[in-house]
Every structure is written in structure tokens, then in C-alpha cells.
Design a protein around this ligand. Structure first.
Ligand SMILES: NC(=O)c1ccc[n+]([C@@H]2O[C@H](COP(=O)([O-])OP(=O)(O)OC[C@H]3O[C@@H](n4cnc5c(N)ncnc54)[C@H](O)[C@@H]3O)[C@@H](O)[C@H]2O)c1
Length: 443
């Protein structure tokens, strides 16, 4: 039996009179709007970045793999509006928070965006609203960080308004999965909050996975990302061992993954990238440290993964050496600065560290990335301004080496291998190239 306030929200979800407010209109927020507008809900998007708000109001996307026609469609159906006016946070019936949760300079969780958002909400909240955190974070954030700020409004969480946590599972650039097609874990601070959040998500996504409380949902999200970070570290370490034994790690993984049970393939690379895997595990290790506990797997995986750019640059020096060339003065083009295939997102990409290390060793460096036309300024890296080079046969043959850091499908790998004197491949992107294989070095 739910309270009358909770029932009223559930009814508004069922009859689609419920308006959904999405706070943070980035890689997570926009696909969520797509899922909710497709399910017939009116969405009001909030972002502190007024340029993003203006762009969306014009029907223009600023994220490459989210097509502008989608946004134009939301506007045309009159199901979407966007604003940077946080005093309007009292308007929607449900508020879904999708703001960044990065690490600070000491590599500790930086919850300033979540806290800032909750302060805005506390100033505008009204009875009957549902507030859900979607941002990745450590267990206890929803109950111990969010709720006290929201209750500064004078309203009581769980009865005057409802609070839940439902982590996002976006896989940007992967057309196989849309936000609506991925089951969503939902945990809440009490049963009414779970009923409200469950009903809302159930109407927009394929399936929901209700769990006992928000701490379980928060922990499930960090488990998913720690699982990836640790397994990637494992294959990265095995790559360095197999490299020195003259065994091709890619062929090993391909062989191992024919086992129909008990093995899931992870692949090595030049280092971890993106806003999740290099960051989220440390939210939990920070919490563990605070409680006097030791998250050894997380710390070890971080150590192994962080060492990969250095390893790749050392191997690059060895491969150039084979061709009687030093790194200093060699013309090296780094192919791919986005952190993963076919996206334009450079956040935490290992390419920036590779570039910095190569420049430090005196390489004559350029880069090519069809999705990143200009090298963005990154807070932790000091790189000169550069523009993406087109990989023409002439350009490739003027180089000493191409270093493949991201395996975009837009690259013409056979042409790359044909014309570049040396191709160093950290992604096995040249696996199907049949000619001139003597010029390929994998690492
Ligand atoms: N990108 C992914 O694939 C992905 C997947 C799963 C989980 N996540 C998590 O989701 C969260 C959001 O990630 P993202 O990739 O969408 O980030 P993003 O940087 O693409 O978008 C976040 C948006 O929030 C806005 N913002 C910041 N502070 C705000 C505030 N106080 N009020 C309103 N807007 C504010 C920013 O301007 C930005 O537009 C993070 O916790 C991330 O770890 C991301």
C-alpha cells in the first residue's frame, strides 16, 4: 500500500501527465530524453551551460552520435524544452540528475556537481516530486549526501518527496543499445520512493531491476565498472608478458573466447579512457580507505592500466629502432584521440598521454581523428594546438610511423599499411589487412 502522494505520482506516470526534468544534458542526459519522449513524456532539460541549452532549443545536437534529427523530433512533437534557469526545477514531477562525477586533483571523488545540483533542487523543490540520481558514485551518496541537502528545503524525503538512485548504463556510439533497451537497476531510500521511480522507468525502458535500497544500486554500478577495469588490467598485463614471449595476445584471446562458458573476452589497449572506467573504481576505493579498508584489486588494476601509455611509447621506440630510427625527430602520426571507436569524446583518452610522452622524447608529432578535428585543451596535459591530418597516401608516406591508438572504422587500414613505413597497432585494428604485414607491429 503506497501513500496518496506516491499514488498520485504513479497515476501521472501512467496517464503521461508526469513531466520529466533531466538535469545535465550530456552523453547520459540526451539519450534519457530520447527514451522518455519516445514513451510519450514531456521532458524539460536543465543545464548550467547555456550554449548547450540554446543549441538544443534550435534542434541541434553537440554530440556526434546523437543525431540532430532526434532533437528536432522532440521539439516538433512539443515534448521537449530546455532551460538554464534552475528556479524552474520545481516544475517537473520527476527530476533525473545526470551531472558529472569526476575525480579531483588528488584522485578523490568530486561530488561538487551533484551537491550543486541538489542545492538548486532544494531551493525549488515542492511536495510530490521524485528526485533520482543517475550519475555514477560511491554507495551512500544518495542517502548521506543528497538527502540532507534536499531536506534543507524543510520537506521530508520519502514522504513529502521521493528519492531514488538508478545508474546509467549508456554505451556511447554502440547502435546495438539505446537507453530504452538497457535494463535499469533502481534502488531507493524507502518503498514509496522505489514504487514511484520503478513506475517511471518501467514506462520508458525495456526492464527495471528493483533492488532493496539505493546503496545496492550504487554498489552495482561501481561493480560493473570495477569488473571492466580489473579485467582490462589483466589482459593489459598479459599483453606485456606475451609480447616479451613473442606470443600474439590478440590471437590468444580469440582462441580462449571460443570456450562457450566461463570466459568473457576483454581486450588490451594503450591505456584506459572515457569518463567511467578510469574514474569510477576510485570512488569505491576512496570510500574503502575512509573506512580503513583496502581495495587491492582496484588499486592494482589502476596501477597496471595507468602504466600502459608508457609501455606503448617504449615499444614504439623499440619498433622505430628496428627501422634504424630514433624517436627524436621521427615523424609520428597518432591515429585516434577519442577514447573509443567511432565517438568524438576525448575525455580521459590515453592518446593525450601518448602524445605528451612522444613529444617529451622529441618526436615530430601529428594526429589524425575524423571525429576530433581540433585537439581540445585537456586540463592535465600541455599539448600544442594541432589539427587532425587527413591520412592521404602522400601524408602517410611522409611519416616514419603511424601509432593506432583508437580503432575508428573510418580509418582505411589497408591504405594506412600500404603507404606508411611502419604501423604500430595497439588495437588489433589491422587484423584483416593482408598485404604489407611486415610493416605492422602490434602491441
Ligand atoms: N557517458 C557515459 O557513457 C556514461 C555512462 C554511464 C554513466 N555515466 C555517468 O553519468 C554522469 C554524467 O556523465 P555524462 O557523460 O553525461 O557527462 P557530460 O559531461 O556529457 O554531461 C554532464 C552535463 O551536466 C551539466 N552540468 C554540470 N553541472 C550542472 C548542474 N549543477 N546543473 C545542471 N547541469 C549541470 C554539464 O554542463 C554537462 O552538460 C557521470 O556521473 C558519469 O560517470 C556516464
Amino acid at each position: 500500500m503506497v501513500s496518496a502522494r506516491c499514488q498520485s505520482l504513479i497515476d501521472s506516470v501512467k496517464d503521461r501527465s508526469c513531466t520529466v526534468g533531466i538535469i545535465g544534458l550530456g552523453y547520459v542526459g540526451l539519450p534519457l530524453i530520447d527514451a522518455f519522449t519516445n514513451a510519450g513524456f514531456r521532458c524539460l532539460g536543465f543545464d548550467v551551460d547555456s550554449k548547450k541549452v540554446e543549441s538544443l532549443k534550435r534542434g541541434e545536437s553537440y554530440i556526434k552520435h546523437i543525431d540532430s534529427t532526434k532533437i528536432a523530433g522532440w521539439l516538433k512533437r512539443e515534448l521537449f524544452d530546455a532551460t538554464d534557469d534552475m528556479t524552474r526545477l520545481g516544475e517537473p514531477d520527476a527530476l533525473l540528475i545526470c551531472v558529472p562525477t569526476p575525480l579531483d586533483d588528488a584522485r578523490d571523488p568530486d561530488l561538487s556537481y551533484v551537491v550543486g545540483t541538489c542545492e538548486y533542487i532544494a531551493a525549488a523543490i515542492r511536495t510530490g516530486q521524485l528526485v533520482v540520481l543517475e550519475s555514477t558514485t560511491y554507495p551512500t551518496t544518495t542517502r548521506d549526501v543528497m538527502v540532507p541537502i534536499l531536506e534543507r528545503s524543510g520537506l521530508k524525503a520519502g514522504s513529502d518527496f521521493f528519492v531514488a538512485y538508478s545508474p546509467e548504463r549508456e554505451d556511447p556510439g554502440n547502435p546495438e543499445f539505446s537507453a530504452a533497451g538497457i535494463p535499469k537497476v533502481v534502488g531507493a531510500i524507502n518503498d514509496d520512493s522505489l514504487q514511484c521511480a520503478g513506475e517511471l522507468y518501467k514506462s520508458a525502458v525495456a526492464a527495471i531491476v528493483p533492488v532493496s535500497n539505493c546503496e545496492v544500486a550504487e554498489a552495482a554500478k561501481v561493480l560493473e565498472n570495477i569488473y571492466r577495469a580489473v579485467n582490462i588490467a589483466l589482459v593489459n598485463e598479459l599483453k606485456t608478458l606475451f609480447d616479451s614471449m613473442g606470443i600474439d595476445v590478440w590471437e590468444v584471446i580469440d582462441a580462449a573466447k571460443t570456450k562457450p562458458f566461463g570466459f568473457h573476452a576483454f581486450y588490451p589497449g594503450p591505456g584506459l579512457g572515457g569518463h567511467c572506467i578510469p574514474i569510477d573504481p576510485f570512488y569505491l576505493s576512496w570510500l574503502a580507505r575512509k573506512q580503513g579498508l583496502n581495495a587491492r584489486f582496484i588499486e592494482l588494476a589502476g596501477e597496471v592500466n595507468r602504466a600502459m601509455p608508457d609501455y606503448v611509447v617504449s615499444r614504439t621506440a623499440e619498433f622505430l629502432n628496428e627501422f634504424r630510427k630514433p624517436v627524436r625527430g621521427s615523424k609520428i602520426c597518432l591515429a585516434g584521440v577519442a577514447y573509443k571507436r567511432d565517438v568524438d569524446d576525448p575525455r580521459e583518452s590515453p592518446s593525450f598521454e601518448l602524445m605528451e610522452l612522444l613529444l617529451r622524447r622529441g618526436a615530430d608529432l601529428s594526429y589524425s581523428d575524423p571525429h576530433v578535428p581540433k585537439l581540445p585543451h585537456m586540463r592535465h596535459f600541455d599539448l600544442p594546438p594541432m589539427e587532425s591530418q587527413e591520412l592521404t597516401p602522400e601524408y602517410l608516406s611522409s611519416l616514419d610511423a603511424v601509432l593506432i591508438a583508437t580503432d575508428h572504422t573510418a580509418f582505411d587500414y589497408p591504405m594506412m599499411v600500404q603507404h606508411a613505413p611502419l604501423v604500430i597497432d595497439t588495437r588489433n585494428a589491422t587484423a584483416s589487412v593482408t598485404r604489407f604485414r611486415d610493416k605492422i607491429r602490434k602491441t
